[in-house]
Ligand binder design. Structure first.
Ligand code: FA5
Length: 348
């Protein structure tokens, strides 16, 4: 190499003057390959340093490496400038219209029933209840037997469901739970009073669907066991819940009902938002929409758990989330919730 330093200077001035004339991405890339690429001029010069004396190598090497950094920075600056220039040209020639409204990003949301579920759970948590969960695929024992619904009991008819094809002891006894009440037993089996829990979850029924009945629904089980609990506590808790979720102005109907695992049993309904009590398709002509079944836990169920029934009493309730959601938002048909129609779901 004749004079390595002057060779470097020539290379630098050629590089800078060529860079000044490269005005688009393609020209800038060609320049990068010519000077900084694997066979570029500066790369080759750096590779040839081995043939120099130690002193020359030190001087020229440092200068060449500095130049490499400077050329890379200059390339980046030119690239940014070229892109800005392209943008300006695009706007000036009308190819790009920055005044067009942007495309909004689709933001996900919670399903309306999930929103209601969370509000309901939060209401009970604020009243001192804890949230626990239980299995969706359940044993006949928890869904029926332990709740005083033996094999031939007529109450099984209203709780007919899907069975899992895994008979144990020759009997089909694994099923999709029909209500969240099996969790009363599951919780009591492993806990001593005082108990205050709410148990949310999906339930399944063999159901002829209509405007207020689905074959799959979400329930929340409420269970309290303690010394001295009475029907007044049950009623007070459920009325307070209804007031908080539906507001003061809705009418609440509370009357007797029968469930084999409670004594006495009750049900709660809210006046139909659509017909105002006249009777319509949504409320099945009743004028009321039933939202929950409830009652004092049957002493036999408590005794089966080993509880002292002279000391402890309990109350329980099973709330239907879809019905509560219908009442809160004025949804006329329960089947809309799971029809997957975004025109409906995006309104919540
Ligand atoms: C029960 O499921 C009892 N386990 C409730 C209970 C719990 C009673 C604790 C006593 C003590 P029922 O079948 O009535 O009861 O259902 C309770 C609620 O779930 C109903 O009020 C309703 O809101 C909802 N529900 C029941 N079946 C359906 C259905 N097919 N579609 C939509 N919601 C339903």
């Amino acid at each position: 190499m004749a004079d390595p330093s002057s060779h470097l200077e020539q290379l630098a001035s050629a590089a800078y003057s060529e860079l000044a004339t490269a005005s688009d991405d393609r020209a800038l890339e060609a320049w990068r390959v010519a000077y900084l690429g694997r066979k570029g001029r500066l790369t080759l010069l750096l590779r040839s340093l081995g043939s120099l004396t130690l002193e020359e190598r030190r001087q020229v090497g440092a200068a060449a490496n500095r130049l490499k950094g400077e050329l890379e920075a200059a390339l980046e600056a030119h690239r940014t400038e070229a892109r800005q220039q392209q943008l300006v040209t695009a706007i000036e020639t009308g190819r790009l219209d920055v005044t067009l409204p942007g495309r909004p990003k689709k933001v996900g949301r919670l399903h309306p029933v999930t929103q209601t579920l969370r509000d309901v759970l939060a209401t009970f948590v604020s009243m001192g209840f804890s949230v626990v969960e239980g299995p969706e695929v359940e044993l006949d024992y928890y869904n029926f037997e332990a709740l005083r619904i033996p094999k031939d009991h007529p109450a099984r008819d209203m709780f007919s469901t899907l069975y899992v094809d895994l008979p144990r002891n020759g009997e089909p006894d694994i099923l999709l739970r029909t209500h969240t009440s099996p969790n009363q037993v599951r919780v009591m089996e492993k806990t001593q009073p005082p108990i205050r829990v709410v148990v949310p979850g999906r339930c399944y029924r063999r159901e002829a669907t209509d405007a207020s009945h689905e074959w799959m629904m979400v329930q929340v089980e409420v269970l309290a066991v303690d010394e001295g609990l009475s029907m007044a506590d049950l009623k007070g808790t459920l009325f307070e819940f209804a007031r908080r979720v539906f507001g003061q102005e809705r009418q609440v109907r509370f009357r007797c009902d029968y469930f084999p695992f409670v004594e006495p049993g009750a049900e709660m309904a809210i006046d139909c938002f659509l017909c105002g009590g006249e009777g319509c398709r949504t409320c099945g002509g009743e004028g009321w929409i039933e939202i929950l079944g409830a009652g004092m836990v049957h002493p036999e169920v408590l005794a089966n758990m080993g509880y002292d029934t002279h000391r402890y009493t309990g109350f329980a309730a099973g709330l239907g989330m879809e019905r509560i959601c219908m009442l809160r938002h004025g949804v006329e048909d329960i089947r809309l919730f799971y029809a997957n129609d975004l025109r409906f779901l995006e309104q919540f």
